[in-house]
Design a protein around this ligand. Structure first.
Ligand SMILES: Cc1ncc(COP(=O)(O)O)c(C=O)c1O
Length: 389
């Protein structure tokens, strides 16, 4: 039996390509313009926030958000998970914050909320939570404490578009949130990301940070005038208020985004159903099936072996390779980030050992692709194969 199941499948359809072709026939401007603006408005409406800033990747969204926090609140500590993408941690470190790590909750692979609360200090500038692979990482307890202590929550929703907490979309709770539209995420703009917020100051700061730190990107005239007044010797079109880069996206990305957004809810419902079939048919004696699925919207199947048995693990990997099912060990982002060389000299040696739940997923957790048009029989075949090991 061959299942021929790649990790990612192209989710840009002929319908999206035709929309783009029609757009291109008008010989339009292709750099950031009206479609970017329209996509930002449509995305904000879909998410339930006031403002969105379309950028060239999820990593850029992470970087801009942390740079905005630094600009507005100064540096200090940022609480962050060891199971996330490299850019979450790098954006913290490169903006001068000290990363403070917290172990994961095995039920949702996101940070353990009690441990987050225990690590809050008067130096904490933000909690940078990743909603891992479609799972919700929020709890009332965490939101209440952060509100009481007035500590900003930043949500990385790059892997969880459309997932909810108490019926409200993830990414609409924090001071700011980040999305990725990379190939094979819930939706794609080829490359792309979004910074979302209800906060006007974060929005204006993110707009500047996306475009070389330029004041002319500010929409609020009174704020723009303030910078112009304070810099009388500079030409108003070239006031670089913040140290920044060019992280803009294009009209092409926005045209794809607007077209894909129309199918997002429908595709998410299919992915949700697929994941439920997968978990309902896996043997709970061998694999973890007790994930907290409330509000989840997974673009990947999480396969976590129950017992730390390296021989069993080798057999699982061999079985999946034999039938051509692509997988990634360590789940999201290559497993325990604290084991990665880029953190050498930044975190103490052997720090990774302090996070046992993370370590288990690093060695015994996988993700497998979950696409809207995955056939039920294929999922059942994979479960049967895994259960017979
Ligand atoms: C949690 C998380 N944050 C950030 C990113 C970065 O997004 P991008 O690949 O669009 O730069 C990813 C990438 O998949 C991710 O999974």
């Amino acid at each position: 039996m061959k299942l021929d199941w790649p990790l990612m499948e192209n989710n840009i359809t002929m319908e999206d390509l035709n929309v783009l072709i029609e757009f291109l026939k008008g010989q339009p401007r292709l750099t950031q313009s009206e479609n970017v603006k329209a996509f930002e408005c449509e995305w904000s409406e879909w998410l339930g926030v006031r403002y969105s800033v379309f950028v060239n990747s999820g990593a850029s969204a992470n970087f801009i958000t942390m740079a905005a926090i630094k600009h507005l609140y100064g540096v200090g500590e940022v609480i962050i998970p060891p199971l996330t993408w490299v850019s979450d941690i790098v954006s913290v470190v490169q903006n001068g914050f000290k990363p403070v790590f917290v172990d994961i909750n095995p039920k949702n692979l996101c940070m353990n909320d009690k441990q987050v609360i225990a690590k809050l200090t008067d130096k904490t500038k933000a909690v940078f939570l990743t909603h891992v692979q479609g799972f919700n990482g929020l709890t009332d307890r965490l939101l209440d404490v952060l509100k009481k202590k007035n500590i900003p929550l930043i949500e990385d929703v790059c892997e969880s578009h459309g997932a909810t907490f108490k019926g409200k979309k993830l990414g609409s709770y924090g001071l700011a949130s980040n999305f990725s539209f990379y190939f094979a995420h819930h939706m794609s703009t080829v490359e792309g990301g979004m910074v979302c917020t209800n906060d006007r100051t974060i929005y204006e700061t993110a707009r500047m940070l996306r475009s070389h730190g330029m004041v002319r990107e500010i929409e609020d005239n009174s704020l723009k005038e303030k910078y112009i007044r304070e810099n009388p010797e500079l030409t108003p079109d070239f006031i670089f208020a913040l140290p920044a880069y060019n992280m803009r996206n294009t009209e092409i990305g926005a045209v794809f985004g607007r077209s894909q957004l129309k199918r997002l809810n429908e595709n998410n419902a299919k992915r949700r159903k697929n994941f439920e079939i997968f978990l309902n048919n896996l043997d709970p004696a061998k694999y973890r099936t007790d994930f907290d699925l409330e509000g989840s919207c997974n673009y990947a199947f999480n396969l976590v072996i129950k017992k730390p048995d390296p021989q069993f693990r080798d057999k699982v990997e061999e079985a999946m390779r034999d039938v051509s099912v692509e997988f990634r060990r360590g789940s999201s982002g290559g497993g325990n980030q604290l084991r990665q060389p880029y953190l050498k000299g930044i975190v103490p040696e052997n720090e990774f050992e302090k996070y046992p739940e993370m370590e288990h997923v690093h060695f015994y957790g996988y993700y497998i692709g979950n696409y809207p048009d995955l056939e039920e029989q294929k999922i059942l075949n994979l479960c049967s194969l895994l259960n017979h090991i």
